[in-house]
Design a protein around this ligand. Structure first.
Ligand SMILES: Nc1ncnc2c1ncn2[C@@H]1O[C@H](COP(=O)(O)OP(=O)(O)OP(=O)(O)O)[C@@H](O)[C@H]1O
Ligand SMILES: Nc1ncnc2c1ncn2[C@@H]1O[C@H](COP(=O)(O)OP(=O)(O)OP(=O)(O)O)[C@@H](O)[C@H]1O
Ligand SMILES: [Mg+2]
Ligand SMILES: [Mg+2]
Lengths: 226, 226
């Protein structure tokens, strides 16, 4: 579903250059659940953004759902992301003036496919926020905001879900509910899930764990078949 | 250093009311390191904001460094916070147009006590960001932004440091460096540290752990004397 070949991402100019990704090659096959771990600043969010078509690599290729993203124009790329990709951002990126319900349904409404009342209710129930749908992000706790971001990414049943530290603000029990939800989606809906985490418990829900260090893949672990 | 007596915090109006804190009474004694744990939405951030004088409780009293905060006017409260309190926010609250260095030194400059070059260098070194001092928050990873927020709170050597999930965005190893730094400050500088976390490893660095659920204290654990 997603393939990266020799992806490099460099920020800044000559003297001020930061090499965020230094030649990453890997596959995220359909229906698999991959966790990505590594030190702060090792390139995890950058890798996710390049893989999801949110950022163009400096060099190398990204094949996303069969499309070479460097060959797509902005409109085609936006359409591909809107129809096939879900992204949970590390800093949530919720719209402060919209309610929980409006934030969660926005991408689908922009795509011209507004979700049914019952679909919205289901997703809010799954992340434990059914009671808060008319509140705004500033009236929610950190973990509640994170769950709104998760609901927004899940509601469109994306072919590929990218989640950048989706349980960072959650207590252990809520985190486990969310992780079980993600694993269930991968198994039953054949969704491809790519999740950055530094929580080993979260990583244990995945089929495989990739380790990133200094912008390069430093290792890989496969889960024992359950 | 900080005492809460029957603190209640209610948000919203009649039909839409949310009781974030439901009568919390506790002490954070000078030189102690307390961790606060509890489910997402249980009132941890609200407790911290009331204890630090960033928010006024609906009822009950907060004694902060000897001052009853409901009796202070805005100017006195601002001065108290500026001189004695450090706060690491759950969502960092960095200023996007300022560099790392400017963000870290801002509170002290506003207090009319700009820090020396070497003090700034020391603090940036302690959080592992010496190389990035001229970058802006948007050019940093999530964990790097969190560390800027930590450096900003530490640089003034506050009498009381409140840290709301300060290691949420950090990998295990960086988190341990930060936690060791905090514990060292509590022990050598007699700083009072109050830290919200849902990481049991982070909590193990504290002298005592308070458990919050539905806005009330639900239990307490004391660390075995080392
Ligand atoms: N301005 C507000 N209006 C309404 N409800 C609010 C407001 N601010 C906070 N709340 C609610 O108060 C409760 C406690 O919030 P708080 O942020 O203290 O939780 P928390 O324990 O820090 O959670 P987390 O672990 O998710 O950060 C939550 O249910 C939250 O939605
Ligand atoms: N716009 C930018 N300009 C310069 N450097 C950048 C920019 N964006 C990211 N970086 C740098 O690229 C490197 C990788 O960043 P990235 O956000 O991918 O790290 P990460 O592994 O997600 O870290 P964390 O665990 O802290 O979230 C970091 O050193 C970061 O500071
Ligand atoms: Mg990141
Ligand atoms: Mg909180």
């Amino acid at each position: 579903a997603v393939g990266l070949t020799n992806v490099r991402k460099v920020y800044g100019k000559r003297d001020n250059e930061v090499v965020a990704l230094d030649g990453v090659t890997t596959q995220f096959r359909r229906g698999t659940f991959t966790a990505i771990m590594g030190p702060s600043g090792s390139g995890k969010s950058t890798l996710m953004q390049c893989a999801a078509g949110l950022d163009q690599p400096t060099s190398g290729s990204v094949l996303l759902e069969g499309h070479e993203i460097s060959e797509l124009d902005e409109t085609e790329l936006t359409k591909l992301r809107r129809d096939r990709i879900g992204f949970v951002f590390q800093s949530f990126n919720l719209l402060p003036v919209l309610t929980v319900r409006q934030n969660v349904t926005l991408p689908l409404r922009l795509a011209g496919r507004p979700p049914s009342r019952s679909r919205v209710a289901t997703v809010l129930e799954q992340v434990g926020l059914a009671q808060r749908k008319n509140h705004r992000p500033s009236e929610l706790s950190g973990g509640q905001q994170q769950r709104v971001a998760i609901a927004r990414a899940l509601i469109s049943e994306p072919a590929v879900l990218f989640a950048d530290e989706p349980t960072g603000a959650l207590d252990t029990r809520t985190a486990q509910d969310i992780l079980a939800l993600l694993r269930h989606s991968a198994q039953t809906a054949h969704q491809t899930i790519v999740m950055v985490t530094h929580d080993p418990v979260a990583a244990s829900y995945a089929d495989r764990v990739l380790f990133l260090a200094d912008g390069r893949l430093a290792g890989e672990l496969h889960a024992p078949t359950a």
